[in-house]
Design a protein around this ligand. Structure first.
Ligand code: F6P
Length: 539
């Protein structure tokens, strides 16, 4: 991070110590207008933050000093900014709907391939939805099971729920990710083999969880339908790895490809979204891409001061690095967005959970925060107490929609009232004086006082649609990118997940071998011994 730019921010934090968000609103009642941005169907109100015009200018300076403008251009134009894996980062190409667009990687335009796969996905999902693609015994496909994990699961899971109002209701969609056999077993209990399509979604087609579940599903299907040839009609693949797909036994004619420049956690708008496209149809899927694309263009062209992803990123940095906030909560007030926090966890934490700067040195500041959240109002009756009166500072993003897809009485008004009221309570709190005025007995005043001054952002759209969902995902993608640039870390690799994967192979050997090797530490050896004993295996 640029030290001089940060010094200025630190100075302003010091200058304003003791000044609350309540004070700031009293000083400047025009804050809501000044500190809000509209883009791609979303309204961001960031006025309930510990900021003023000067602080925003200082934060924007930090972004400018980081070379963000140049980095954005490098990303959009296919430069290999994922340097540790020597790859371009081009998820934005997947939703570039400009028919004349060309984006080159290693001198080759990637756009024809993007359009070709999108068209193939469209044809396939039309065929499944219309009942033209049938199972081995001639039955219509009624069940779709996506087998994948991480980026090959969380995006489809999140979006399938988010866009349920647009989905074909006479089909059922399942997502198997965990290598826990219960996940697959419980899913298989819900489907009929002759009417089930399995989508094996894996960028590498080598991931232990996915390949184990896919093999088990294949065995189950062959056993149920009594013929190996059935696999061709019930399994398709989404991957970058043609040879592995063929080795698994899926005809590569039924493989939907993508490319090494699509990171797993950014892959929802690639062929990884196939299950979603089958659910909502190609036209709605395209509407989602359009929403992504709108936010992409906003991010690429808007000034940093009026740039929604940049502003969200800078506010996150203010609290993480200036106030020591270790986490932030994402609180969707829309049941359809129930899986959005889980989706964001991978996007943000796998991207910016890094302690090494781009030059290989250790970073001297906090980087990626812990992301968590649950849909409102459930969270209010669970962990909000800590946000209101605990000792941790937890900035929150509240996400809401002005209209619901399911109007029932005044439920939506109540939901939204809770959203707005929470941001009000968090920002303004309740003083001891106010408590006394309400007649709170003196001995209870300390407990009933709310400090307030808790920062929140509010994101509002008219309605959750394919467009607004796409724009929301792109908003957070670019926020995470911006923070990575400012923190000077590589956001597009994930070396940290490797060690556990490698060790698991060794441990698996010890759980299943005739005799355990005893070559682990004392704790791990003991756990292995207990497991072996419980399963009747010799020590
Ligand atoms: O957890 C590590 C990871 O590589 C993620 O980045 C990725 O989304 C996930 O595994 C699944 O990988 P694949 O799509 O290759 O099966």
């Amino acid at each position: 991070m640029d030290a001089k730019a940060w010094e200025k921010i630190d100075g302003l934090i010091d200058r304003d110590r003791g000044k609350t968000i309540r004070d700031r609103f009293a000083e400047d009642p025009d804050r809501a207008r000044k500190f809000s941005i509209d883009a791609a169907g979303w309204h961001l109100d960031y006025s309930k933050n510990r900021i003023d015009g000067e602080m925003m200018n200082a934060l924007v300076k930090l972004a400018e000093k980081s070379g963000l403008k140049e980095e954005i251009e490098k990303m959009f134009t296919g430069k290999k900014i994922n340097e540790t894996e020597k790859r371009a980062v081009l998820h934005t190409a997947l939703r570039n709907l400009d028919p004349g667009a060309t984006i080159k990687v290693d001198g080759k335009d990637v756009m024809p391939g993007v359009r070709r796969v999108l068209a193939a996905m469209g044809d396939f999902s039309d065929a499944v939805r219309r009942g033209e693609w049938r199972g081995f015994t001639g039955r219509r496909i009624k069940y779709v099971v996506n087998i994948g994990i991480g980026g090959s699961d969380l995006g489809p899971v999140m979006a399938n729920l988010a866009l349920k109002p647009y989905a074909k209701r006479n089909m059922k969609f399942f997502f198997v990710s965990n290598v826990d056999s219960t996940h697959l077993a419980e899913t298989l209990r819900e489907v009929k083999a002759a009417e089930t399509l399995f989508i094996v979604a894996s960028k590498t087609f080598t991931t232990q969880e996915t390949m184990s579940n896919a093999e088990a599903a294949k065995e189950w299907l062959v056993e149920k339908l009594g013929d190996k040839k059935a696999v061709a009609k019930h399994f398709v693949a989404v991957s970058t790895a043609k040879d592995e797909v063929a080795a698994f036994g899926i005809d590569t004619k039924n493989m939907f490809g993508f490319w090494d420049w699509v990171g797993g956690r950014y892959s929802l708008p690639s062929a990884i979204g196939l299950s979603l496209m089958i659910a909502i149809g190609r036209a709605n899927y395209k509407r989602m891409l359009k929403g992504y694309w709108k936010m992409d263009r906003h991010f690429r062209t808007a000034s940093f001061k009026r740039n929604m992803p940049v502003v969200l990123a800078l506010l996150g940095i203010l609290y993480a690095n200036g106030y020591g906030a270790e986490s932030y909560a994402v609180l969707p007030y829309d049941q359809y967005l129930a899986r959005f926090p889980a989706y964001l966890q991978q996007m943000d934490m796998e991207s910016n959970g890094k302690c090494v700067a781009k030059d290989g040195s250790s970073v001297e500041y906090t980087t990626g925060p812990i992301v968590w959240g649950e849909p409102g109002t459930n969270g209010q009756h669970s962990f909000y107490q800590l946000i209101h009166q605990g000792t941790h500072l937890i900035p929150c993003d509240f996400i809401g929609c002005c209209r619901t897809h399911n109007p029932i009485g005044d439920l939506h008004d109540k939901l939204t009232a809770n959203l707005f009221a929470q941001t009000e309570a968090l920002a303004f709190g309740k003083t001891a004086e106010e408590c006394r005025k309400e007649g709170v007995p003196e001995e209870l005043v300390p407990f009933k006082t709310f400090e307030g001054d808790k920062p929140t952002n509010t994101l509002l759209c008219d309605e959750l649609t394919p467009e607004t969902l796409g724009a929301l995902v792109a908003l957070y993608e670019h926020k995470v990118f911006t923070q990575g640039v400012i923190w000077n870390i590589y956001s597009f690799d994930q070396w940290g997940v490797q060690l556990g994967k490698v060790l698991a192979k060794g441990v698996l050997g010890d759980l299943t071998a005739k005799k355990a090797s005893g070559r682990h530490d004392a704790s791990t050896n003991d756990l292995i011994a207990r497991y072996r004993k419980a399963n009747g295996r010799p020590a």
